[in-house]
Design a binder for this molecule. Structure first.
Ligand SMILES: *Cc1c(COP(=O)(O)O)cnc(C)c1O
Length: 403
């Protein structure tokens, strides 16, 4: 008789966004005349840029001609894209990452969920709390979570590293030594960044303890503060302890196009095995590949015109972020993030819970955000607003909130 993987049943389910959806729909049904503005979405809204659209069209035409048609893409991705990534994202920053250490994929979400397959089930996992839920969920599904504790609102075998106002939203090295440490900077949802000195401490700690860091750099393009690292490989020794995840979603608007990459350096050897060879094997059989057409669009992101256009997109969202951050600050809210990330992290006023504040914002300002408790136990008492809306809607929403 077939048996299911019961670890899946341990996940509370898509409680967060389904509850938001229900509450918003009920509000709209009761208040059909009100214009609800969504500042809660973690998805981009601006269209693909002209250079990227043109590259897509060219590649589609190539696929329609016998002499330029392509079938399956190479396992690790096309050379033209991996070379562009190596040169622009790494060599230009003084990081020694070669094209054959870059694995192109259909996005960072898939890779951040799949990367745990390389590790044995008895590894101890540590995550920032709050954080993007995929790291915990994928490890729970694999069987590394233990049980869900309703009181803690977390899993018994996961090490949660609190990132709160008290520590400047930066994780502190935990008491138990974790085997695998997930770090995400700039962080979703807090918008916090990490300094190079602080990140270097984590790299040294991982090397000293034989731990592996999985570094999610999905929001790297939003970093504006001088000295904030864009890649973990800016730290010395990271080649022997760190994997890095990248996405074209939040900078270039590829959430619906799907493209990302993962770096596994050849020097990363644990338990006498090079993780590079394991991930390559995985790519050979379970490859979540990106189509030729999409990889050509990714190449265009690194062209001179493409870079200018992408900067324009990021600047557009960051103008929204500044408006939210400054408006709420002036109105007396306690807010952080929003400088090197498209997320503003708000401490709920008057000791409201995350969900109480959600209801308050929806009914008083008709604005939808995301309750912080949905990102981990230490997200309670906080609230996430995102800069991914249109400028006009963002301004209107903030003006309504601060009234
Ligand atoms: C959005 C997001 C991703 C997902 O990126 P895709 O490439 O679209 O799969 C990965 N990590 C974080 C932290 C994100 O917020």
């Amino acid at each position: 008789m077939a048996k299911v993987n019961r670890n899946y049943l341990k996940l509370p389910g898509s409680y967060l966004f389904s509850t938001i959806g229900k509450k918003v729909n009920a509000f709209i049904a009761d208040n059909p005349d009100k214009k609800v503005i969504r500042l809660g979405i973690g998805d981009v809204t601006q269209p693909l840029t002209p250079t990227i659209t043109a590259a897509l069209h060219r590649a589609v035409d190539e696929m329609g001609r016998a002499e330029t048609f392509r079938g399956y893409a190479p396992d690790l991705g096309y050379d033209f894209l991996r070379n562009a990534i190596s040169v622009n994202d790494y060599k230009a920053r003084g990081c020694d990452i070669e094209p054959d250490e870059i694995f192109v994929s259909d996005g960072a979400k898939c890779d951040s969920g799949n990367i745990q397959e390389l590790f044995a089930l008895d590894n101890k996992i540590a995550v920032c709390d709050p954080v993007y839920p995929v790291y915990v969920d994928s490890n729970v599904m694999a069987g590394r979570g233990g049980e869900y504790d309703k009181v803690l609102e977390g899993f018994t075998d996961i090490v949660y590293m609190p990132c709160t106002e008290d520590n400047g939203f930066a994780p502190v090295i935990p008491d138990t030594v974790p085997d695998i440490i997930y770090l995400c900077f700039p962080n979703n949802p807090t918008g916090a960044v990490i300094s190079k000195e602080e990140l270097q401490k984590w790299v040294d700690y991982a090397n000293d303890n034989g731990s592996v860091i999985i570094y999610d750099a999905a929001y790297e393009a939003y970093i504006r503060t001088e000295g904030v690292p864009h890649s973990i490989y800016e730290c010395s020794g990271a080649r022997t302890c760190a994997i890095e995840l990248h996405s074209f979603s939040k900078n270039a608007g590829f959430t619906g196009v799907r493209l990302g990459y993962t770096v596994v350096p050849k020097d990363l050897v644990i338990d006498d095995v090079a993780l590079h060879s394991l991930w390559a094997r995985r790519h050979g059989t379970k490859y979540n590949g990106a189509p030729y057409i999409v990889q050509r669009a990714g190449e265009a992101v690194y062209s001179d015109e493409g870079k200018k256009e992408i900067k324009g997109l990021v600047d557009y969202y960051m103008r929204n972020a500044s408006y939210i951050l400054n408006g709420l600050k002036q109105a007396g809210y306690s807010v952080s993030g929003g400088v090197d990330a498209p997320y503003i992290w708000l401490k709920t006023p008057d000791n409201m819970t995350s969900w109480e504040f959600f209801d308050h914002l929806l009914t008083s300002a008709n604005v939808v955000g995301t309750p912080g408790s949905g990102f981990g136990p230490h997200g309670e008492g906080y609230f996430r607003l995102t800069a991914f809306g249109s400028y006009e809607n963002t301004v209107e929403a903030v003006d309504r909130i601060i009234g």
